[in-house]
Write a protein that binds this ligand. Structure first.
Ligand code: C2O
Ligand code: CU
Length: 491
């Protein structure tokens, strides 16, 4: 990245000199010394967008210059050197996706958070062989919110995600569109995908089994900065880590507002100073920069020091399988430079967002309990002592049933639990309160060591007697190792 900056300064200087040659015929100017403006930051990459109802994605190998020296081998969709374009969809549209696999290995593409038929879901069963194209189509039934797509090939999810395969999906709907919220993508509506990586000495990503990276990447950018207008700004934040959780806040501890969870808007904005995101979870937040001076700066930080044991990244070690240079400390996620407001700036928070009718514990007609087991002394984590089976059906749910799933983690570490097909409501946590950043529609949640968490959902619209949906730990290394199960929704 230093190399990039030096190169950028070189280009600027070369440009400056060549401009001067055109405009000044008397004396060539000396090279201006612009290096004092060079910082350690790199401009945050904002993924390009795709809109419409047909979305073409091509997953290919790429490289990205992340560190000084060798470029890092990566994967990206549509020619991007890491990650992929943001797909913008409208609720109610019938969309078709054409996913071409230009890798030399199989992949799948899962539409995380989407309520769609299991054969369209892109789980481990919808394999896209090298050189082929998979073309699912479905109606977008989810609420406006922040979703994502990523590979889900059994035993390969961790590796393909680590190389950079993934992308955001933003769903829009009339309820959200009617609100005075920031929604100019890349200007006052900023997607942030949080990950970290460990590097081999040749600058390649370390893809061996380890829980944490040593250096953060935000949208694939190391040490990122962004200039944002002095007004309300929205962030759509996704944790796409291996195991690390993020306890996010601003460097001056200012309050900000949670407006959305995994499955869409909350009823009303909630003022907070911290949001915790486990792997796979999303939050939409609003922050007020209108009182900041143009030229001022602040950081989004991970306040990850002194978290409870079991929170990913709380371990004290700085190296090894469960260690990281970022463990158990507070560190910068994104450097923000404040610039002038835009025309049409959003300057207030709406008092009301939407009206959700959440499921209650008493709505559930069926209860099932899923225990996190295994994980002792070198054995993999399992659900209910069953390792994942590609053709095993672990649960059968009746179409239109409202079910309470109780996840029990009498085990040695925290996890991130995800269910396909549905958005649920967290109805209880044995450890205490349900936080605002998980009080809305959810598809993924953090479960602490020693905790029991219950969620309620209705399994409607899609039945299939043979093709299952998945539930799993969203730590990709855990799901690859078998902390995954399958359920059918049947008539
Ligand atoms: Cu984000 Cu089963 O996946
Ligand atoms: Cu796990």
């Amino acid at each position: 990245m230093l190399k990039n900056n030096v190169f950028a300064v070189f280009l600027l200087v070369a440009f400056f000199i060549s401009c001067n040659k055109d405009s000044d015929t008397t004396t060539p100017t000396t090279t201006p010394t612009t290096t004092t403006t060079t910082t350690a930051y790199n401009d945050l990459w904002i993924p390009p967008t795709l809109t419409g109802t047909t979305f073409d994605l091509t997953l290919s190998k790429s490289t990205k210059q992340i560190k000084t020296g060798n470029a890092t081998k990566t994967y990206g969709y549509n020619g991007n050197s890491f990650w992929g374009p943001t797909l913008i969809m409208n609720k109610g549209d019938f969309v078709k996706l054409n996913v071409k696999n230009n890798l030399t290995e199989t992949t799948t593409t899962h539409w995380h958070g989407f309520h769609i038929p299991p054969v369209m879901d892109g789980g481990p069963h919808q394999m896209i062989e090298a050189g082929t194209t998979w073309s699912p189509s479905f109606e977008v039934k989810n609420n406006a919110g922040t979703y994502w797509y990523h590979p889900h090939l059994h035993e390969k999810t961790h590796e393909q995600l680590t190389y950079g395969a993934g992308g955001f999906i933003i769903i829009k709907d009339p309820t959200e569109s009617a609100l005075a919220l920031p929604r100019t993508y890349g200007t006052d509506d900023i997607p942030l995908v949080l990950t970290s990586r460990r590097y081999n000495s040749d600058n390649s990503f370390d893809i061996t089994d380890h829980a944490y990276g040593d250096y953060m990447l935000v949208n694939g950018t190391a040490d990122p900065q962004i200039s944002l207008p002095k007004q309300f700004v929205r962030f759509r934040i996704l944790n796409a880590e291996t195991e690390r959780g993020y306890n996010l806040g601003f460097s001056d501890n200012r309050s900000f507002y949670v407006i959305g969870n995994d499955g869409g808007l909350l009823d009303a904005p909630v003022a907070v100073t911290r949001v915790k995101l486990a792997v796979g979870e999303r939050a939409e937040i609003l922050v007020d920069l209108s009182n900041d001076a143009v030229g001022a700066s602040l950081d989004i930080k991970a306040y990850n020091a002194n978290q409870e044991f079991g929170f990913g990244g709380s371990e004290p070690q700085t190296s090894g399988t469960f260690g990281s240079l970022l463990n158990n400390k507070d560190f910068s996620v994104l450097h923000i430079n404040v610039k002038a407001a835009t025309t049409g700036a959003i300057t207030a928070v709406p008092s009301k967002l939407t009206t959700n009718t959440y499921w209650k514990e008493s709505d559930a007609t069926t209860t099932r309990t899923i225990r996190i087991t295994g994980g002792q002394a070198g054995s993999a984590f399992t659900f209910d002592n069953n390792t994942y089976g590609f053709t095993t059906i672990n649960q059968k749910v009746k179409l239109n049933a409202v079910e309470k799933w109780t996840i029990v983690n009498n085990n040695i570490f925290g996890h991130s639990f995800h269910i396909h097909d549905i958005q649920f409501k967290i109805v209880s946590r044995s450890s205490g309160a349900i936080a605002s950043y998980e009080s809305g529609w959810k598809d993924t949640f953090y479960i602490r060591t020693g905790e029991t968490v219950s969620v309620v959902a209705k399994y409607d619209d899609f039945t299939d007697d043979t093709n299952p949906f998945m539930y799993h730990c969203h730590f990709p290394n855990h799901e690859d190792a078998g902390l995954m199960g399958q359920f059918l929704v049947i008539k």
